[in-house]
Design a protein around this ligand. Structure first.
Ligand code: SAM
Length: 233
């Protein structure tokens, strides 16, 4: 098991991920995307970069709603379901897929309004209380795996099989079907696995502590916002 708790994931790591991702663009079965990529939108508020060291669900929620039209999304290994709740509030159809059921938190910090917000006691998110299996991907447009265990390879398998997109933040090698070779990070291994499966991955970073490099594959069903930013070929 490899853990990267509280490790800063710097520019060098990010550039290595970009190199792997560029390789994915040359794969014969993937569309010819180009850099700058359509997900390279300017951050919504650049001035906050020094403050936003936590609130990862809020940061990922904001990134998702800025870049994707509302769609059917599964938060795999979604824990308490805050991300699914925030997306649901933004008009997305969401489900948490996690073998351990946890109820929603009773409040969260709204990072745009900079204030605490109560989650009503009656609020619910759909919960599939099972380990993720790649066949579950058929029912979703976008599979999200934020530090999820036991599901990175299966999410990529689902994307390759059913055309769903994904947003992954690989963190720990727990219950996965392979380990990284010595000297290779789990993050790189996951990226490499996705490329080998023909996925056009795009690395991006969010400003929270811990493993904050995401790997995104848009997939065939999720609609990206600002379509004018897509390359025409
Ligand atoms: C480190 S926690 C991450 C929780 C949350 N996404 C976060 O970022 O705080 C890992 C989560 O993966 C879940 N998990 C473990 N095995 C899983 C599996 N096979 N499929 C889906 N989720 C799994 C655990 O129950 C746990 O909620």
């Amino acid at each position: 098991m490899t853990k990267h708790r509280n490790k800063e994931y710097g520019q060098e790591w990010f550039e290595r991920l970009q190199q792997i991702a560029r390789g994915s663009l040359q794969h014969p079965t993937t569309p010819p995307l180009a850099f700058p990529h359509p997900l390279d939108l300017p951050p919504s508020s650049g001035g906050e970069l020094r403050k936003m060291k936590k609130f990862r669900f809020q940061l990922l929620h904001r990134w998702l709603v800025e870049h994707f039209e509302p769609c059917r999304a599964a938060d795999i290994g979604g824990g308490k379901g805050l991300l699914a709740y925030l997306l649901q509030e933004s008009g997305w159809e969401t489900a948490v897929i996690d073998p351990t059921y946890q109820s929603l938190p009773d409040k969260y910090k709204d990072i745009t309004l900079n204030r605490r917000v109560r989650i009503p006691a009656t609020a619910r998110v759909r919960h599939i209380t099972k380990p993720f299996d790649s066949q579950m991907g058929q029912r979703f447009d976008l599979l999200i795996g934020m530090h999820a265990h036991g599901s990175m390879a299966k999410i990529i398998d689902a994307a390759a099989e059913y055309g769903c997109g994904f947003v992954l933040f690989p963190c720990c090698v727990i219950d996965e079907p392979f380990f990284p070779p010595i000297g290779v990070s789990w993050l790189e291994s996951v990226a490499d696995y996705a490329v080998r499966k023909g996925q056009a991955i795009y690395p991006f970073r969010l400003n929270f502590k811990g493993q904050n490099i995401g790997l995104c594959e848009i997939g065939k069903r999720a609609q990206i916002r600002n379509n004018d930013l897509f390359p025409s070929t």
